[in-house]
Design a protein around this ligand. Structure first.
Ligand SMILES: [Ca+2]
Ligand SMILES: [Ca+2]
Length: 408
């Protein structure tokens, strides 16, 4: 769906002008002017939810590459999402993890063998090759790889790591080419950690958006972070785009459906550094949402804060492997009753973009019956304002079905 079509659906709910009605009545066609009135959409602004291509078309191609972003746009994404890291020479590039072993073929480059090391990232000990030890020129010699063994591997090593600027240029070129507005959704990744390395992300992000002519409320830009301090810093330094507070968690206790917390996704790393022991869950309380509304426009919660899952517990006290595949995962669990988070956030004036929607059957609760569209439908009906998805085409197909359901 294009923004213009979305606008049209809003306009169509307004009463027809009196002049138009009179003209049609005069023609004896008045009966034809009373089509079924669509029900109001439960989103914050009444518009259809945004489909945000999480790391590009990451279900199909190595994530956060120009190719993955171009594919997502081709599939119809409204927004492309990217994580920003800094190279040694201070260039913002799009990668999810500072540890390049996760998403590139760096381990196959003998010339960089000596740079392998062990260090802490947001309190978690990792071994690998790290982005801040590579110049942009060096990074450009690496190939991106799939981060998920269940997904296509045949493109590994073929695409490069893009700079943030290259992705902006792509979004603008594709907007011109398609006539749609392709928005971007950059995340300051590990911002405190990068600041401690002497490579802060915030000033560079603002400067790049400013130069792109995109530092405004109406720009097609959503800036996100798990760290409130990063968002507040950028706002104080003059960033005017929409801002989104991300809210994480580690896992779900299959016995209760409750969120569990563990390093490094228990709390914003800046809180850990200052001795604040609270977890992310304080952000979803009415007080937490009111605090977020003082500096942000929306929240990006893990979807389990809206609909969780719960397993079946056997006589031995352990979750039952319902589908008998030898593994315990979401396919052995059932969705729990939705929380009030969407309504609570909307009441605080915040939009809600939950993450991350994926097609793999092991990642779908049993009640979705193996069809990922059923999960999107459940969340669209609850009024979410957008979804982060690895599979843009599935999210769009489900949105089309839901809009039809609402009479559009
Ligand atoms: Ca991200
Ligand atoms: Ca199972």
């Amino acid at each position: 769906m294009t923004p213009s079509v979305r606008d049209h659906s809003i306009r169509s709910r307004r009463p027809a002008s009196r002049l138009a009605l009179l003209a049609l009545a005069a023609l004896g066609l008045a009966a034809c002017t009373t089509p079924r009135t669509p029900t109001a959409l439960p989103t914050l602004d009444g518009k259809p939810p945004l489909v945000v291509a999480h790391r590009g078309a990451s279900g199909q191609l190595p994530e956060e590459t120009l190719e993955a972003y171009a594919r997502a746009i081709e599939l119809g994404a409204d927004v492309i999402e990217m994580d920003l890291l800094s190279t040694q020479d201070g260039v913002l590039v799009t990668r999810h993890d500072p540890n390049l072993m996760i998403s590139t073929d760096v381990a196959r480059h003998p010339e960089f063998a000596s740079r392998k090391k062990t260090m802490q990232v947001d309190g978690e000990t990792q071994t690998g090759w790290f982005v801040q030890d590579f110049t942009l020129a060096e990074l450009k010699t690496l190939g991106a790889i799939s981060t998920d063994a269940e997904r296509p591997q045949q493109f590994n090593g073929r695409f490069k790591v893009p700079t943030f600027q290259e992705v902006i240029d792509l979004a603008k070129a594709k907007s011109r080419e398609t006539g749609r507005t392709i928005a971007i959704y950059p995340e300051t990744k590990n911002p405190t950690w990068f600041r401690d390395l002497g490579l802060p992300l915030e000033d560079k992000l603002i400067a790049i958006l400013e130069a792109a002519g995109w530092n405004s409320r109406t720009a097609p830009v959503y800036v996100q972070s798990f760290e409130p301090g990063s968002l507040k810093t950028m706002k104080a330094k003059g960033l005017k785009t929409k801002l989104i507070q991300l809210i994480d968690g580690d896992g779900i206790d299959m016995r209760t459906g409750a969120m569990t917390y563990a390093v490094p996704v228990d709390r914003p790393y800046e809180w850990t550094q200052t001795g604040d022991r609270r977890n992310f869950d304080v952000m979803v309380t009415p007080a937490g949402l009111a605090e977020i509304a003082t500096y942000a426009d929306g929240i990006g919660p893990w979807k389990r804060y809206i609909v969780s899952v719960k397993g079946t517990i056997g006589a031995d006290g352990k979750p039952v492997d319902i589908n008998a595949d030898g593994k315990i995962n979401d396919a052995d669990a059932t969705s729990t009753v939705p929380t009030t988070l969407v309504a609570d956030a909307h009441r605080a004036g915040l939009f809600v973009h939950p993450f991350t929607f994926r097609n793999e059957s092991r990642r779908l609760a049993r009640d979705y019956q193996g069809d990922p569209k059923n999960e999107y439908l459940a969340f669209y009906r609850l009024g979410v304002d957008g979804v982060f998805t690895d599979f843009t085409d599935t999210a769009l197909a489900a949105r089309a079905a839901w809009l039809k359901e609402t009479g559009r």
